[in-house]
Design a protein around this ligand. Structure first.
Ligand SMILES: C[S@@+](CC[C@H](N)C(=O)[O-])C[C@H]1O[C@@H](n2cnc3c(N)ncnc32)[C@H](O)[C@@H]1O
Length: 271
């Protein structure tokens, strides 16, 4: 038996070697939003009007989707952060990489529905998340994400796509104003995904990362670290200092294991 810290160290070293072996890519930033500052995010998360809508939204979604905290789905505090961010930024076309059990998808789709009559999203997963034996089944949910969306009256807003992020991001002809990356968290994958995602951004678009652990340090009491997204962004910023990242840090509400910490982080660029 290898002790857990040693195993994590070995896995991280392997990830680092793979990232170092990854060919340098272009990072076209001309469409990446510049004008977001940490203070803007504070006012987004403290918006009282959004808070009032949030409580009604949570009640309506919970009545159908439940309160699952199954492994792999974004935690309830991060669902709330997605709601506030998407309510504020009002994307018309949103892309999510990493559907899994649809915990983020149902909240993103509902936010889009509240924002506009036409806003829609695509959610991509390397697995067929709606398969009868999909992740929803193994996580103890009653039905696949597509059926939950149907019950919530949002299925026409969401296109599911069972493809790898690499395949989707390199072949789609769609353009997005909000891209949420929550798929494979290996640093080399995230490095490539960000390069491809930047090409798909509409003017002033944003890229939001999940599982971004600043300085690859733990964020929660369980001491887990997912180092890949941080390592990928560290390399990208080294190669392109005009790119910057804003970790969302502490949210005004609880997220996971009694803390207010979040691994959400916005990719942006210096003005
Ligand atoms: C952390 S889960 C996403 C959680 C989801 N956002 C939620 O809240 O339920 C990551 C998902 O990414 C998918 N995934 C892993 N590698 C991928 C890849 N290369 N391309 C697309 N999806 C991938 C996995 O199958 C998994 O369902």
């Amino acid at each position: 038996m290898i002790p857990t810290p040693l195993l994590h160290h070995a896995l991280r070293q392997r990830d680092r070697i793979k990232l170092n072996a990854t060919t340098a890519r272009d990072f076209p930033i001309q469409n990446l939003r510049t004008n977001i500052k940490p203070a803007d995010l504070d006012s987004i998360f403290q918006n009282q009007e959004t808070a009032a809508h949030w409580h009604k939204t949570l009640e309506a979604i919970t009545a159908i989707y439940g309160t699952t905290t199954a492994l792999g789905g974004v935690n309830p505090g991060d669902r709330r952060a997605l709601y506030y961010l998407v309510s504020a930024l009002k994307p018309e076309n949103l892309l999510e990489i990493g559907t899994h059990i649809g915990a983020s998808t149902v909240f993103l789709a509902e936010t889009l529905r509240q924002n506009s009559a036409t806003a829609r999203m695509t959610t991509v997963d390397i697995l067929d998340v709606n398969d009868p034996k999909g992740p929803w089944k193994r996580s103890g949910l009653a039905m696949p994400p597509r059926d939950y969306l149907q019950q919530l009256g949002m299925d026409s807003r969401v296109a599911f796509c069972a493809l790898s992020s690499a395949h989707y991001l390199q072949t789609t002809t769609e353009r997005f104003d909000f891209i949420f990356l929550d798929g494979d968290h290996a640093s080399s994958t995230v490095y490539n995904e960000i390069s491809w995602a930047l090409r798909l951004l509409k003017k002033d678009g944003v890229i939001l990362l999940h599982d971004f652990y600043p300085d690859a340090q733990p964020l929660f009491h369980d001491k887990t670290i997912i180092p890949g997204p941080f390592m990928a962004v560290e390399r990208i910023i080294k190669e392109h200092p005009e790119i910057t990242v804003i970790p969302l840090g502490q949210l005004p509400w609880e997220t996971k294991s009694g803390t207010h910490g979040t691994s959400l982080a916005l990719l942006t660029r210096r003005a």
